[in-house]
Design a protein around this ligand. Sequence first.
Ligand code: DOR
Ligand code: ZN
Length: 348
Amino acid sequence: MTTHSITITQPDDWHLHLRDGDILNSVAPFTAKQFQRAIVMPNLVPAVTTVTQAVAYLDRILAAVEGTDFEPLMTLYLTDNTSAEEITAARKSCFIKGVKLYPAGATTNSDEGVTDIRRCYPALEEMQRAGLPLLVHGEVTDSSIDVFDREKVFIDRVLAPLIDTFPELKIVFEHITTADAVDFVLAVGPLIGATVTAHHLIYNRNAMFEGGIRPHHYCLPVLKREKHRQALLKAIASANPKFFLGTDSAPHAKHRKESDCGCAGIFSAPFAIELYATVFEMIDALDKLEAFASYHGPDFYGLPRNNGTITLQKVAHRVPESYPLADQSIVPLMAGQSIPWQLVPAND
Ligand code: DOR
Ligand code: ZN
């Protein structure tokens, strides 16, 4: 029998970029209409490195989603100089739910990131003590390493030794893209989880070169070979609680993507939950969507599951070619294409 509609516990997005200013105001409502909560990345310019900055950013996000009950879960940006005191302040704040590790130079706005993880040991020690998770962009920045191998090499060079040094530290391996990452997460203890994006589930690396260069399919970590996508699909189909939803929706204006040096980032926020539903249905695992989208994340973070529900119906619809973004425009994932699932608006 074909499923025509599904109702699931309201999901959360455990990895999201909302940006700031006019862009924040343009993109935040897309997330707020689907998700109850989202872990908000701190890679602004300047980066959100202190609790004081995080409070101010939280206020700006709340203003952008006024009239909804969306709850932003804030993060701090780890630097070589993050002090144990700042971590203590973050823990006491109650609204900061994680600390993000960007290896310096790994991706968008990572210049203030970590140059050597050993410099962060005092902060990591305190995070381990406080139970505050480390959220990891898992790629080495060594230019001699092939861009497609940077996640795997990060596991060997940084992540595995880090877990040995801080065995009680909670770690989210963000936006995993390889079979190596899946195997690693499965092999280590329950304190290590991973987010999986919709785009890494839908596309392999051919999508960046289909009939020409496709800047809207460029993100970091970059899309990988088909065998890696298959490993991600197998991981989510397994219903293992270590894997949960994190869109990594990363808005950049159209002209910043369609450029001679285009920005990394895929804007999937407008139809994120519909895209995940499409993937789960494609692998005949629609019954596993709710746990992945709504249970595994809060369980890992030690937060309550949401009380509300959302309903998705099997109604094909076309994704707009673009949306307004402040005084510019932005191209969403699957622009101009049809998606088989549609979110039923909350007050229908
Ligand atoms: O593609 C990406 N875009 N990957 C990241 O890690 C950062 C993000 C962004 O902020 O644009
Ligand atoms: Zn991200």
